[in-house]
Design a protein around this ligand. Structure first.
Ligand SMILES: O=C(O)C(=O)[C@@H](O)CO
Ligand SMILES: [Mg+2]
Length: 263
């Protein structure tokens, strides 16, 4: 049975983070994941997750100056020191909050791709070793070019090259079905191929990025495939609700799944 985590980067977007955590617990989620929680005291997040019996999954490394179009620093030549500071910030936040994983955000690159790849690989080796010392997993996520033009990588094959080169057991693939659907399609085949490296899965409808009960992907088949491949990790609900987040959760019943899979 699939088990779902609430991505609080997108769900209940009109509320402060601690209220979003309460909303996720009230709705019946047993795990949450965050985008950039750095303005919130990690000790408060830890306390609330404990009180509400929520597992805290992942966060993202600092995005950089988003007003200037930055979206991560990991693959930016010349920004190695800034990226390691971002990794240190994320590890410290994980340790204080209890979060388990960090998505190493790569960046938008006006650079030569090979140079950026070498930079990312070097940065990830250092970052993965630092994270391993604290039992934290690093995640790699290809992001589609329509949502993030110029993002360093959008294909699973590019992620595969980086995973091979870094070769650290705590560096895993974040298989965001939405990005894979937009960029490459053939989702079930790609799930089968990449399953041994997958550390986390995220979902949303393609192409709308809304609740996963519309659009061109049949999520019933995706959940069945994940089950049949033995995936027992969390599936992050990283979609943009069409209207009200709570009302939108009716997609679960519609697709024959539930938030209570672990109870
Ligand atoms: O955009 C996505 O997809 C994510 O998972 C975010 O964490 C930003 O990278
Ligand atoms: Mg994602």
């Amino acid at each position: 049975m699939p088990k779902f985590s609430a991505n609080l980067g997108f769900l209940w977007p009109d509320r402060p983070l601690l209220d979003r955590i309460d909303a996720a617990a009230d709705a019946g989620f047993e795990a949450i994941e965050l985008h950039w929680p750095y303005d919130t005291d990690p000790a408060d997040v830890r306390k609330l997750c404990k009180a509400r019996e929520l597992t805290l999954l992942g966060i993202n490394t600092y995005a950089g100056d988003t007003a200037k179009g930055e979206f991560g620093l990991g693959a930016l030549p010349g920004r190695e020191v800034d990226f390691q500071q971002a990794v240190d910030q994320s590890i410290a936040w994980c340790r204080a909050s209890g979060a388990q994983a960090i998505h190493a955000v790569a960046g938008v690159i006006p650079f030569d791709e090979a140079h950026a790849r070498d930079t990312f690989i070097g940065n990830l080796i250092r970052a993965a070793d630092k994270a391993a010392a604290h039992d934290v997993t690093l995640l790699l996520e290809p992001i589609n070019q329509r949502d993030k033009p110029g993002y360093f990588y959008s294909n699973l094959s590019q992620a595969e090259v980086i995973l091979d080169a870094v070769d650290r057991p705590n560096l895993r693939l974040m298989f965001d079905v939405y990005h894979v659907g937009v960029t490459e399609g053939d989702v079930l085949t790609r799930l089968r191929r990449h399953m041994p490296r997958i550390g986390h899965v995220q979902i949303a409808a393609v192409p709308s990025r809304a609740e996963p009960d519309e659009g061109e992907l049949r999520y019933e088949a995706i959940f069945e495939t994940l089950d049949s491949l033995g995936y027992t990790g969390w599936i992050g609900c990283e979609y943009k609700p069409r209207t009200d987040t709570d009302a939108g959760l009716k997609w679960l019943a519609k697709l024959g799944v539930s938030l209570r899979a672990t109870r």
